[in-house]
Write a protein that binds this ligand. Structure first.
Ligand SMILES: Nc1nc2c(ncn2[C@@H]2O[C@H](COP(=O)(O)OP(=O)(O)O)[C@@H](O)[C@H]2O)c(=O)[nH]1
Ligand SMILES: [Mg+2]
Length: 294
């Protein structure tokens, strides 16, 4: 059966991928801040040093036209004829529930093949656009408009990103003011909570200014994250979240109860790391079906 073969292949990929493997990076921020342009600029930097790159552009708004997505692709065209660059657009269409799931699968598979995997998405926090658990490093891209950042802080969406970027620095003073506003706001919160300091960078994706510094910041964040042991934990949590969400979506919480509930599932996943999360979903799913007499 082809599906069984595919799952075996995914298990193999999972087992043989050296840790930490591909760098998984999420870029999030409002439409129009320049996420696609910024990825395009980073792709050029990364390709120039020989690293391969895959991009998943996630668009949870089902009403966005295919044309707009295509526009994104064209803007990311840096390497459209280059085998070292792969771009996949993921639209929600009518299967909203599965977008995060589908993105997780895409990121895992692309990570087996490419050195860097970027996920571009609009929102964080809300479940659909939530890539924080899928990526190693989350970058928040902000507009240079003064005052915007304060809005974000109030909304509490600045808690999760690892790196902040104020793009369109080519417009000048406004961008610099936004960056320093953001730095001081974040610095205050970090000092209060005794947290590590998170970088705030200024870029002009259009003019490729600050892009090399951004790539450096991505690399240092991940290196620190990996060497402290946190990355491994984070990846493990991401796998658990994927398996649980996939099982709940397929079988509901009653289905998950057949396995003894979410906690029991988590314990089992910690004990049997040999399977890929996709293999786990198939395996545990069969068990639920048996329990339900299907
Ligand atoms: N002036 C300026 N415009 C930019 C910059 N980066 C992106 N843009 C423009 O902003 C618009 C939105 O960019 P896009 O990358 O599609 O934003 P996304 O929706 O966040 O992916 C496009 O017209 C870009 O050309 C920049 O650094 N400076
Ligand atoms: Mg875009």
């Amino acid at each position: 059966m082809r599906r069984a073969e595919a799952l075996a292949l995914l298990d193999d990929l999972d087992r043989t991928e050296p840790f930490p493997g591909a760098a998984r990076i999420g870029l999030t921020g409002a439409p129009g801040v320049g996420k696609s342009t910024l990825i395009d600029a980073m792709v050029r930097t990364l390709r120039a040093r020989g690293d391969s790159v895959a991009i998943a552009a996630v668009d949870p708004s089902s009403h966005k036209s295919g044309g707009a997505l295509l526009g994104d692709r064209i803007r990311m065209r840096a390497g459209s004829t280059d085998a070292g660059v792969f771009i996949r657009s993921m639209a929600a269409r009518d299967r909203l529930g599965g977008l995060a799931e589908a993105t997780y699968a895409a990121v895992s598979i692309m990570g087996a093949v490419f050195d860097y995997v970027f996920v571009e998405t609009v929102g964080i926090g809300q479940s659909e656009g939530d890539v924080a658990g899928l990526v190693d490093t989350l970058v928040f891209v902000a507009n240079p408009g003064a005052g915007d950042t304060l809005q974000f802080m109030k909304a509490g969406i600045l808690e999760r990103p690892d790196i902040f970027v104020v793009n369109k620095s080519d417009i000048g003073a406004l961008a610099e003011r936004a960056a320093s506003e953001l730095s001081s706001g974040l610095g205050l919160a970090e000092r209060e909570q005794g947290e590590r300091e998170r970088p705030v960078l200024l870029t002009s994706a259009r003019d490729a200014v600050g892009v090399a510094e951004l790539v450096d910041a991505l690399d240092s964040h991940r290196a620190a994250f990996a060497s402290s042991g946190e990355l491994e934990k984070h990846r493990h949590n991401g796998r658990e979240a994927y398996v649980l969400a996939a099982l709940e979506r397929r079988y509901g919480s009653f289905g998950v109860e057949q396995l003894g509930g979410a906690k029991a599932v988590r314990e089992r996943l910690s004990r049997s790391p040999a399977r890929s999360p996709f293999g786990q979903v198939a395996h545990l799913g069969r068990e639920i079906e048996l329990a339900l007499g299907k």
